[in-house]
Design a protein. Sequence first.
Length: 307
Amino acid sequence: MTIIEQGSGPAPQAAPDLIKETTTQTFVKDVIEESKRQPVLIDFWAPWCGPCRQLTPIIEKAVRAAKGKVKLVKMNIDEHPAIPGQMGIQSIPAVIAFVNGQPADGFMGAVPESQVTAFIDKLTAGMPNAGEPDIAEILAEAEAVLAEGDAATAAQIYAEVLAADATNIPALAGLAKCYVTTGAIEQARQTIAMVPESKRNDAAVKAVQASIDLAEQAKAVGPVTELEQKVAANPLDHQARFDLATALNAGGKRAEATEQLLAIVKKDRKWNEDGARKQLVQFFEAWGPADEATIEGRKRLSTILFS
């Protein structure tokens, strides 16, 4: 809010998230704690102070222009003298910048707009605008949306990142994963082909490549029901059990797929040149190391291999 002069009514609040009044009781929360998230300017003022009224619109304009990189908190020293007294404030207006809970810089007097802007620029150098999320935040949003099952929206977000940076590896891998999720395997393959050879060992890229390979395998193995019947008819038909695991995985049944491959490893570790264990490892790579099915599967595989 702007400074309220004696006898005037309250002014409308301007950018309440960026600019606010504080008290002795709320100073720690509004300034000390908040400055651990982004720099906070504390402006000490009083209603009778002419230079304060000159500085107010200048500093508010500069804070708004910083788009969330910095916040402005104002304290009326007549109503709340304790804090300015403790800080040794002897004349106003006085502006102190707090960063990470500590006073970092400051200035006194009604300085011109250019000086206020330069002060804020120096204080916030290298910080992203609060209103403009950085690439990491955008990618995290896309990943969360995909995890919720909305592959179409996630693909749009990844595409926006790639429009700005066509070589962004996480975005390429994420877009390919969206295609795999929707069954568009050829588009996934084309997308992952855009990853430079030197980046093919990136974990996200390898995971999507594994998913593509498994999806291709699943196309060739036949329906789950048929494979279940084959395994039921002959529990030692390891190839049918292997194919069943591949089909189950394609259907999103990770725990069941793991179960089938572990059954092969238990019965015949050397079958098909250690094929069941290798397929499990490919599953784990495609699912990602943090997936519950991967964690549980690795535990159970280790128990079998080292018991």
